[in-house]
Design a protein around this ligand. Structure first.
Ligand code: DGJ
Length: 704
């Protein structure tokens, strides 16, 4: 799908996707603005010019410029009072950015660059718009260059702003949370004023996730405009709902208070901000995002993610060769395909106070290295994986004693530890070279198929003598660069993104990782709410879910094994319990459930998600995955009688004319399953808490 000039209109373009159009143009006058005219359902070609009209002039007053909220990159300058996407301070403290249109450059049919220039102060700004032929996601980013002889200080450089057409209520969906309660879904109405979602932690964060969906929509109906930022460091996304009736969303890296200095000749490129218009409610928006993730983000989307075992909840720091091999034997018997040794295998790391940074096998625990352990794992038929936390150091480590200057710090300021650790500065060439060296060595020496890349604290005292606040960008880029290079050197390697659970989940990290550790909270009931929020943007293949012990180590809640499995089976299944303590009966049930998962895995990991009904974790609920002819439904009933479950479950997205056969051989039409529904045994009124089931349907040949 191309970005084309709109016929009959000067300096006006339409970015066309399969189902949408995004029309924008340069309005030159005393103050050049690149204005969004339209973003919505695809229009006939001849109608593109009709939507490229000016904002109604009657909106203008002595206090408001009509185009204020509709610019692709509103600057801090001239007659603008909204949230700027670009804020610069020129020599002498001059603030008002005044851009003039320079030229439009087509980079192939699918990508356009509009070049703007501040003719007095030499700032050159490139606005990029790119589309693809298999998605309605529109990718945008901004590039700035300092063509002057003096430094320019940037106080904000967002990837871009998007205008959302007037809605009655400006409904929205987003997620917020904290450690062990990531991605809690929030739906409501955006209030008039400015609503900012942000992370100042140096990572995507547990508190918020860089996306918003806007629209007076339900799960199954209505238009939704989504904006997501593909970035894994600090970020901010502001939705401005103005009394005049319009709404703009601007999003970019960094947070307020940072200043990025651009030396003469210097340049900066933002991460991509992604815009997506969909019809069909929040559910359709999620499915479109998942398809985009598979088509344009994830490095290995066609693969099926293996069932993994991770030792963390079983052993904590108490890692030994014999203990791990004993767990590995049990895991292999269950059908596990990848065995991951977590924290505690290296340096002097026997608890969280020491050893981070010393990335060699603990000489007391593994005097001969990890070879025997991982050879044993492979002999059991599993791949080998290892936990690492490359961006961190304990002050009590050889690395810190040798390189105290490698951490984030300011002269004369404290270096506050969290979890007894400091952050290594991945903006530094020497730090990246060091990390790449030992990561490459470990993967090569032990034939690792998998790294769990963890990151367990937020930034503080984030000084970098050489680059100042650019640290907040360059650290993240440094992490990306090391991950990219390790993968390039080891094409078979897969990486899990972890940050104390789900603190680093976004479309930036997912370009170079295959899945995300969704949360340290493995309580099945809590997990349902976490997984629901995660599913708004990210596909099930990226959602790492473990079955752990009962009572749960965090919540103390007791939940039957089957329910725990069914919750984890709705994503990428893993097991994290202490298998040494599981009874024969539990192991047998687990074996059966792992096999059942493998049978439906392509459908769950690559299928289309429908969040069918209920509040996951707090009432009867169900999710459905559909891939080709196959349909898999997980139905849950956490609390008997707290709330009366629906009498029937109505499925979605089926072919109404086709017949679907369940595992008992019963055939029903898609139309009946969608409009009448089926009876879910675990939703019956009488029975224990935490009942669940997996229903599998197959579309069969016969038609009515
Ligand atoms: C935090 C992770 O989220 C856990 O799964 C575990 O890997 C610990 N770190 C290890 O320190």
């Amino acid at each position: 799908m191309p970005v084309i000039p709109v016929p009959g209109r000067d300096h006006t373009w339409a970015a066309l996707t399969p189902a949408t159009a995004y029309v924008f143009g340069v309005e030159s006058g005393d103050d050049t603005r690149v204005v969004q005219h339209y973003w919505g359902p695809r229009l006939p070609g001849a109608a593109l010019g009709e939507v490229a009209d000016a904002v109604p002039a009657w909106i203008a007053t002595g206090f408001l410029d009509p185009a204020d909220a509709a610019e692709l990159l509103p600057v801090d300058g001239g007659r603008r009072w909204g949230v700027p996407s670009l804020q610069a301070v020129y020599p002498g403290g001059v603030r008002s950015v005044e851009l003039a249109f320079d030229r439009a450059v087509q980079h192939g049919p699918d990508e356009l660059e509009l070049v703007l220039r501040d003719q007095v102060y030499g700032l050159c700004v490139g606005l990029r718009v790119r589309v693809h032929d298999d998605t309605d996601v529109i990718e945008r980013w901004t590039e700035v260059a300092n063509d002057s002889g003096e430094p320019v200080h940037l106080q904000r450089l967002d990837s871009g702003a998007w205008a959302v057409p007037e809605q009655a209520g400006f409904g929205y969906a987003g997620v917020a949370g904290g450690w062990a309660r990531e991605t809690q879904l929030h739906r409501g109405e955006l209030p008039p004023g400015e609503t900012t979602f942000t992370s100042r932690t140096g990572t995507t964060s547990h508190k918020a996730n860089p996306w918003i969906m806007i629209g007076d929509a339900s799960e199954t109906g209505g238009e939704v405009w989504s904006v997501a930022l593909a970035w894994s460091g600090s970020w901010r996304l502001t939705a401005q709902r103005r009394p005049e009736g319009d709404l703009a969303v601007t999003a970019g890296f960094g947070h307020e208070g940072l200043t990025w200095s651009l030396a003469p000749g210097g340049s900066l490129r933002t991460p991509s901000v992604l815009g997506l218009h969909t019809t069909g409610g929040y559910g359709a928006a999620s499915r479109a995002w998942h398809a985009y993730a598979r088509g344009h983000v994830l490095p290995t989307p066609a693969e099926e993610r293996p069932v993994l075992y991770n030792s963390w909840e079983a052993t904590g720091f108490d890692v030994s060769e014999d203990g791990q091999l004993a767990l590995a034997r049990r895991a292999a018997e269950l059908g596990v395909e990848l065995f991951v040794v977590d924290d505690g295998w290296f340096g002097t790391r026997t608890d969280d106070t020491r050893g981070l940074g010393d990335w060699w096998p603990n000489p007391d625990r593994f005097p001969q290295g990890l070879g025997k352990l991982f050879d044993g794992v492979r002999e059991l038929g599993m791949q080998a994986g290892l936990w690492v936390e490359p961006e961190m150091v304990n002050p009590d480590s050889d690395l810190y004693r040798e390189h105290p200057g490698w951490t984030l710090h300011y002269p004369g300021r404290r270096r506050d530890t969290m979890r007894h650790q400091l952050v290594l500065n991945f903006a530094r060439d020497d730090v990246r070279a060091w990390a790449l060296g030992w990561l490459d060595g470990l993967v090569a020496e032990y034939g690792l198929a998998y790294l769990k890349w963890d990151m367990n604290r937020s930034f503080s005292q984030a000084g970098w003598a050489e680059g100042g606040d650019l640290l907040w960008i360059e650290h993240t880029r440094g992490v990306y660069a090391v991950m990219d290079e390790v993968r390039a050197r080891h094409p078979g390697l897969r990486i899990e993104s972890c940050s104390g659970g789900g603190g680093r989940a976004d479309f930036g990290i997912l370009r170079r990782t295959d899945q995300v550790w969704t949360s340290d909270n493995t309580d099945a009931r809590h997990r349902q709410t976490i997984q629901e929020g995660f599913s708004y943007l990210y596909p099930a293949s990226a959602m790492s879910c473990w079955v752990t012990d009962s009572p749960n180590p965090i919540s103390g809640r007791e939940v039957p094994l089957r329910y725990r499995f069914h919750v984890a089976m709705a994503g990428t299944l893993g097991i994290g319990g202490d298998l040494a303590r599981w009874s024969e009966q539990e192991l047998a049930e687990a074996r059966e459930l792992v096999a059942a998962y493998k049978a439906v895995r392509p459908v769950v990991q690559h299928g289309e998600l429908h969040r069918l009904t209920g509040s996951p974790g707090t009432s009867a609920s169900a999710v459905q995955y559909t891939l080709g002819e196959r349909v898999v439904v997980f139905a849950y009933n956490p609390y008997t009688l707290d709330e009366r479950p629906p009498r029937r479950l109505r499925l979605a997205g089926l072919d109404p004319e086709a017949l679907y056969e369940d595992e008992a051989g019963v055939r029903r039409h898609g139309a009946a399953l969608m409009h009448h529904g089926l009876v879910v045994p675990s939703w019956s009124l009488s029975g224990t808490d935490y009942r669940s089931e997996m229903l599998v349907l197959q579309r069969v040949e016969g038609r009515s």
